[in-house]
Design a protein around this ligand. Structure first.
Ligand SMILES: Cc1cc2nc3c(=O)[nH]c(=O)nc-3n(C[C@H](O)[C@H](O)[C@H](O)COP(=O)(O)O)c2cc1C
Length: 210
């Protein structure tokens, strides 16, 4: 089913564009968002998904091309099947030499019996670039989506490891994705179970500041 989402914010108040409290809200969301890897069984509602997509499409894009498309997956069985298939693709990647298995320990991690590609989230939103050069635009949409999710009380986790799965020709056919579209990023979405502690950051590496 092809669905269009308008740039309407049904489940939010209309954003206030002025005033210090808005700036504080943005900073709080940026600082409190986490990559969530533990989810409750509670489903994500259709209104919540629509709110996330509406936030995503407010991202800037080169020449306002809006070169993104979204796949929303929610069924537990289907997600579990895709998670297994995505994991198998990573494990079987030729001798661990594929991009996704370069990081030390990654092959071991994805081979572990309890590894779950989507962390058991009840929903996954896969973003595709409708133009070959548009993956960066899609990452901006992804960040909007993740920040909006946090503001709505939802958790998200970007799942770059799902790239081989969502680039697979058969999977693209199943999801009605044209072959020329590039997979940008999959995002697990759900209600967080427990707290996720912050991860540390290095100070910004400023090389030149004239
Ligand atoms: C492009 C990208 C791909 C990522 N892929 C994965 C992934 O496949 N699995 C996962 O659990 N986390 C993944 N992450 C989440 C990062 O591990 C996480 O953002 C990072 O450790 C910082 O933690 P924080 O998001 O909680 O601040 C990915 C993040 C990005 C930006």
């Amino acid at each position: 089913m092809m669905t269009s989402i308008s740039a309407r914010a049904e489940i939010f108040e209309v954003p206030r564009f002025t005033g210090p409290e808005v700036i504080a809200d943005v900073f709080e969301t940026i600082y409190r968002r986490r990559a969530v890897r533990n989810y409750s069984n509670e489903a994500v509602s259709r209104a919540e998904i629509e709110g996330l997509l509406e936030a995503a499409i407010m991202a800037p894009s080169a020449i306002n091309a809006q070169p993104w498309a979204f796949v929303v997956l929610q069924g537990h069985e289907e997600l579990a099947r895709y998670a297994r298939e995505g994991r198998d693709l990573l494990v079987n990647a030729a001798g661990g030499t594929a991009d996704q298995t370069h990081a030390p320990g990654l092959l071991q991690m994805v081979s572990a019996p309890d590894f779950e590609l989507f962390h058991g989230a009840p929903a996954v939103i896969a973003i595709y670039a409708t133009d070959a050069n548009a993956v960066p635009d899609c990452f901006l949409a992804a960040q909007n989506l993740m920040l909006a999710a946090w503001a709505m009380g939802l958790g998200t986790c970007p799942v770059g490891l799902a790239r081989p799965l969502f680039e697979l020709e058969r999977v693209k056919v199943e999801l009605k994705i044209p072959p020329s579209w590039s997979h940008a990023l999959a995002i697990a979405v759900g209600h967080p179970s427990g707290e996720t502690p912050p991860t540390p950051r290095r100070a910004a590496l400023v090389v030149t500041w004239r």
